[in-house]
Design a protein around this ligand. Sequence first.
Ligand code: P6P
Length: 320
Amino acid sequence: MDQGRGTSFMEFLAREQVGMSPGLSQVVSSIVAGCGLIHKQVNLAGLADVLGVTGATNVQGETVQKLDAISRDIIVRHCLTCDQIAAIATEEDEQMIPGSTTGTYLVTLDPLDGSSNIDVNVGVGTIFSVWLRPLKSRPVQETDFLQAGTEQLVAGYIIYGSSTMLVITLGKGVNGFTFDPGAGLFLLSHPNIRIPDKPKYFSVNEGNWSRWAIQIQTLVSQLKDRLSARYIGSLVADFHRNLLKGGIFLYPADTKSPGGKLRYLYEVATMSLLAERAGGRASTGSLPALQHRPTALHERVPFFVGNQDEVEQIERTFAS
Ligand code: P6P
């Protein structure tokens, strides 16, 4: 059964919208349309003099690549045209960006994740989630974003790789849509994605070995005995491969990043909802990642995500 392969994302959204408010599907359409514009920039990167760095550093203390800045401007400008979006929080902005005073939803974004790979043509991506604005009786404030991952209404990413693909959960399963440049549409190519039962890969930056706790060193040694190593330093690319082929991604805390490196609201929460809706599991080591409630916009957490058995084994390691 083709499960609707070839259906455009907008047709799919209209069908799925039965369970969604019209306003929420308007927000999703804005985000996906904005990513379509980023796709153009990423694909032209080598030609349109957008490679390289801007000379600025972001709130994370990371060098801002030109494409980072361009992607952030594109997606924020696009989202702000949607009157359903009350505010936006992105990796590139220290504070939240206020939107429509009557907006119902909040959006969290990593406009171009994996940006350190931009100049070497490795897969990068836009990570996004949509949340409900807690209170409409007062202006939006930053603490409105500090919600547990279980509160997400929509989670997804666009990977700009050998093809551009949207992977999204709108409330039930996870579906993948591949961009058809000829038609200018995202078409359903991976209906009802489920992480394979048998993992193939483990993904971790072994350059951090000497900074890990002994339990993590032992764990990774055991993974080496069973799985193949695949790590490209771009969360969207590493996650996407493991989602489709089966595997475990680890970014543990270490002496350089004692709270972990990945940002909860716009990296970990999004990928955790996608993984769990695809039959996998996500954890910070001390609790299921979706149950974590951040206390700051750019809070970082340790992150383990992928096959359920593999993540449960990691949780047992921390519990022992
Ligand atoms: P490291 C990219 O900057 C990023 O936030 C994620 O996309 C990626 O998983 C991680 O950092 C890579 O970090 O320390 O291995 O280079």
